[in-house]
Design a protein around this ligand. Structure first.
Ligand SMILES: C[S@@+](CC[C@H](N)C(=O)[O-])C[C@H]1O[C@@H](n2cnc3c(N)ncnc32)[C@H](O)[C@@H]1O
Length: 251
């Protein structure tokens, strides 16, 4: 399992996501978190995973089907419109609402969470893993290619209007949504260690976005990816972000 997913599993379990739960997952993307949740809740539980990308829903669905996991249902919908996409679901039917790296993309994450509360049972859990990239990178010896990559990614997210401090904003977001904030944890994302994504892999994935937002040409990104590989010594430690996980309760 990828190190980032192993961390998410550890954080979600620690926050109380457990076997038998009915879970609503926001922003499921390629389905990595959906797959983890499927394992955590087991055959007695269920997951409803929402994303607005038709392509990502299709590939996540295929992945879960291929791995024989049949307790996850995917739904293509805009998270800003809970009353519509949940209209056929009984109120108070979820034990938990969770997600990873998704609230940062929403213009009003507290309104989205508050709109979901009628479907979360009393004392149900809200658990999100969100990041902060404003206090990073952290390095002790210069790693110029990594630092350049981190700066390009920062610029891209800023242009896209993403909240790059969402991790810090989790407790206030929960409170504004009408939830009881319970606890927050944070740890560093150390780039390229174990099977954590390296910045090079991340750049490869977002290359078209970097070019379309006029931040870097494809050829520059390709050069940078090659330089990152050279710089990526097994003993090098580059902190590319902080990940936060916070828990709240629907009182
Ligand atoms: C950075 S990805 C994270 C994917 C997944 N949670 C993970 O950690 O692997 C953010 C996801 O949120 C989805 N998303 C963003 N805004 C959305 C919205 N308004 N409605 C539905 N999905 C949304 C995107 O399509 C994308 O799949």
């Amino acid at each position: 399992m990828k190190r980032s997913n192993a961390t998410t599993e550890r954080l979600f379990r620690f926050a109380g996501v457990s076997e038998g739960m009915a879970v609503l997952e926001l922003g499921s993307g390629p389905g990595e978190v959906s797959e983890l949740l499927s394992e955590i809740v087991g055959s007695a539980g269920s997951v409803l995973a929402i994303d607005h990308s038709k392509e990502l829903i299709a590939s996540a669905q295929k992945k879960l089907e291929e791995s024989g996991k049949n307790n996850v249902r995917f739904l293509q919908a805009d998270l800003n419109d809970a009353p519509t996409y949940l209209k056929n679901i009984d109120l108070a039917s979820f034990d938990a609402v969770v997600g990873r790296r998704v609230l940062m993309y929403l213009p009003s994450p507290d309104s989205v969470l508050s709109s979901l509360l009628p479907w979360l049972r009393k004392d149900g859990l809200v658990v999100f893993e969100e990041y902060d990239s404003t206090m990073c990178p952290g390095v002790v010896s210069a790693m110029p290619a990594h630092q350049r990559a981190a700066s390009l990614l920062d610029k891209m997210l800023a242009k896209e209007g993403v909240d790059q401090s969402m991790g810090f904003h989790l407790p206030a977001t929960y409170s504004k949504a009408g939830l009881k904030f319970e606890a927050i944890w944070a740890e560093a994302v150390i780039d390229g260690q174990g099977d954590q994504y390296s910045l090079g892999e991340l750049l490869e994935l977002v290359k078209p976005r970097l070019e379309s937002s006029n931040i870097a040409a494809i050829s520059e990104v390709d050069e940078l990816i090659a330089l990152i590989e050279v710089e990526k010594e097994p003993t090098a430690v580059f902190v590319s972000a902080m990940r936060f996980c916070a828990k709240a309760i629907n009182e």
